[in-house]
Design a binder for this molecule. Structure first.
Ligand SMILES: CC(C)[C@H](C(=O)O)[C@@H](O)C(=O)O
Ligand code: SF4
Length: 427
């Protein structure tokens, strides 16, 4: 029987098989942010185990609330900062920081075939490189930091073949919303999703990161895209000394493709040729309608950012719609480029100017408004159009409502003050 991508990665990393389908895997990366890692650090210190398995494989960033907004968040940042310095862990502090799942890919920290953990549910994002990347709780994070291993049940895999041709103005965000609507919020629980097919092959790394990012919203442990020349091109600045040429890198990474006769829990065919821009309407990410159905819904705030859609590709699309336009005066527009790289490029390309002239506030790279912690918290009863990944009740502020959508739809919605299709989508 052939193997799925996750099965191949498990086989290559297994250090123990304590019982049945539980496997202890060696870790290639342990990522840390200031919300969940300080709890693990404090506990490790209290237990006299303030050690790390391999400082070069651990990376840390302050991203959720940055710069600190109060004493509590300042302390969280300080714990992570002091610990990183003490152990020689590469650390991204104010001025060089951004959303973990945007900055770590940008730095080339993830490679095909890697195992990655982090105390964050959207760690699945890094599966876009053909890695097994999973969010974990405090105990697993502590063990990972200390010993460089993590125990997982060998997951089954759902393969989704995305076929057809996307219409102009329809993006990876619409595809993943369609997938979540189809699977339901628990449809892939304890499973891995492989995103396959010509549409995914045609996607940039940014678009693949958007797909993998929301795998967890269907319950998936990880969302994996297959490594190909797009992956190699993206990683090339970081791997060029390891390979004679790009073809050699591609050949090496191809060992992380699934076998033709791999055994899947389910194989889903999704033809996206007729797909329209989508938007969520309720408090669960599988509550999805077409933008057309939701057209005219007034919004108070439009947020463009996050680990889902705060990358340079997203900023370019939104800016192309906002150029020369003004957002409605009933709307507060907030854009948070997700990483320093995206911010710097957006500045250089004049995109930040486009956003500002349209009436947006441009913030530093941070999670901020995405989870209602800073930089754009909603008041009760307010409605946001947002390029983020979660629309849970109160997610962006107690009593607030969030409609998830693509950056193109968000930009168009900001101009109208009401949910609407972008001019790029011709129907
Ligand atoms: C704060 C963190 C633990 C949380 C997560 O795990 O996802 C956050 O990033 C989120 O998106 O809600
Ligand atoms: S941007 Fe939002 S979803 Fe992503 S890690 Fe930050 S809070 Fe979580």
């Amino acid at each position: 029987m052939g193997k799925t991508v996750a099965e191949k990665i498990f086989d290559a990393h297994v250090v123990d098989n304590p019982y049945q389908d539980v496997f202890v895997l060696s870790l290639d990366r342990v990522f840390c942010h200031e919300i969940t890692t300080p709890i693990a650090i404090n506990d490790l210190v209290a237990r006299g185990k303030d050690r790390v398995f391999d400082a070069s494989k651990i990376k840390a960033v302050i991203d959720h609330v940055t710069p600190a907004k109060d004493t509590k968040t300042a302390i969280q940042g300080k714990i992570l900062r002091d610990w990183s310095r003490k152990h020689g862990i590469e650390f991204f502090d104010v001025g060089r920081n951004g959303v973990c799942h945007a900055i770590f890919p940008e730095k080339g920290f993830v490679r095909p075939g890697f195992t990655v953990i982090m105390g964050d549910s959207h760690t699945c994002t890094h599966g876009a490189f053909g890695a097994f990347a999973a969010g974990v709780g405090t105990t697993d994070l502590e063990v990972g930091i200390l010993k460089g291993v993590c125990a997982f049940k060998k997951p089954e895999t759902i393969k989704i073949n995305v076929t057809g041709t996307l219409k102009e103005g329809v993006y990876a965000k619409d595809v993943i919303l369609a997938i979540i609507a189809k699977l339901g919020v628990n449809g892939a629980t304890n499973k891995v999703i492989e995103f396959a097919g010509p549409v995914v092959e045609s996607f940039s790394m940014e678009s693949r990161l958007t797909l993998s990012n929301m795998a967890v919203e269907a319950g998936a442990t990880s969302g994996i895209c297959y490594p190909d020349m797009t992956t190699v091109e993206y990683l090339w600045p970081f791997i060029k000394d390891d390979f004679s040429d790009k073809e050699a890198a591609l050949e090496e990474y191809s060992k992380w493709l699934p076998d033709d006769d791999a055994d899947y829990a389910d194989v889903i065919e999704l033809d996206v040729s007729e797909l329209e821009p989508l938007v969520t309407y309720g408090y669960k990410p599988d509550q999805v309608k077409t933008v057309r159905e939701m057209e005219g819904t007034p919004v108070d705030q439009v947020y463009i950012g996050s680990c889902t859609n705060g990358r340079i590709e997203d900023l370019r699309i939104a800016a192309s719609i906002l150029k020369g336009k003004k957002i409605a005066d009933t709307v507060r527009g907030i854009v948070s480029p997700a990483s320093p790289g995206a911010y710097a490029l957006a500045l250089k390309e004049g995109l930040l100017e486009v956003f500002m002239e349209a009436g947006f506030s441009v913030t530093n790279p941070t999670c901020g408004a995405c989870l209602g912690m800073s930089n754009g918290v909603l008041a009760p009863g307010e409605v946001a159009a947002s390029t983020t990944n979660r629309n849970f009740n109160g997610r962006m502020g107690k009593g607030g409502m969030v409609h998830l959508m693509s950056p193109a739809t968000a930009a168009a919605t900001a101009i109208e003050g009401k949910i609407c299709n972008s001019p790029l989508f011709k129907g």
